[in-house]
Design a protein around this ligand. Structure first.
Ligand SMILES: *[C@@H]1O[C@H](CO)[C@@H](O)[C@H](O)[C@H]1NC(C)=O
Length: 160
């Protein structure tokens, strides 16, 4: 049910959005539960996307399930993720992570083509960790081997 809702949100999102370069995409809730809230906003001027986290807890379990839906504007036989974590204006962590490589496709959607719609619901293969109290800003950028943006988001994590 949750997945269907997510996909509807994605498909109902205004397409293009190019006429007003100053307009921002709406802020979405990725998860909210007790002491943890995660919001995100697409920073790709051309499209919004759907994302949610199934287990919302500051004690992050291994292999958390997420849901992610997007219409591809690029081929993704190669897909990389850049993550930058900022707290109080200071970058505290920044890393690049390969998600799809031709010889090592980690996810079922690897290799999908431009124009296709993907919807992924499943684990992300994370390890276990606790989120320390605080407010964090996370910048996420998914791009292919030509450095073409597949998705871009800025998220805010509030952990009290
Ligand atoms: C995303 O970034 C914009 C611009 O810095 C900011 O106004 C907005 O609050 C951020 N959204 C989230 C969900 O962090």
């Amino acid at each position: 049910m949750k997945g269907v809702l997510l996909l509807c949100t994605l498909l109902l999102a205004p397409c293009g959005g190019g006429s007003d370069p100053g307009a921002a995409w709406p802020t979405h809730m990725a998860c909210r539960n007790g002491d943890l809230q995660v919001f995100y906003q697409s920073c790709d001027p051309l499209q919004d996307f759907g994302f949610s986290i199934d287990q919302c807890s500051r004690q992050v379990r291994p292999n958390v399930n997420i849901r992610f839906g997007i219409i591809l504007r690029q081929d993704i036989s190669h897909l990389f993720l850049d993550v930058t974590l900022v707290s109080k204006g200071v970058t505290i962590l920044s890393y690049s992570y390969p998600i799809c490589e031709e010889d090592l496709p980690k996810f079922s959607f690897c290799g999908r083509r431009k124009g296709e719609q993907i919807y992924y619901a499943g684990p992300i293969g994370n390890s276990e960790f606790d989120i320390p109290q605080g407010k964090y800003e996370i910048l996420l950028e998914l791009y292919n081997e030509h450095r073409s943006i597949v998705a871009c988001a800025n998220a805010t994590v509030l952990c009290s």
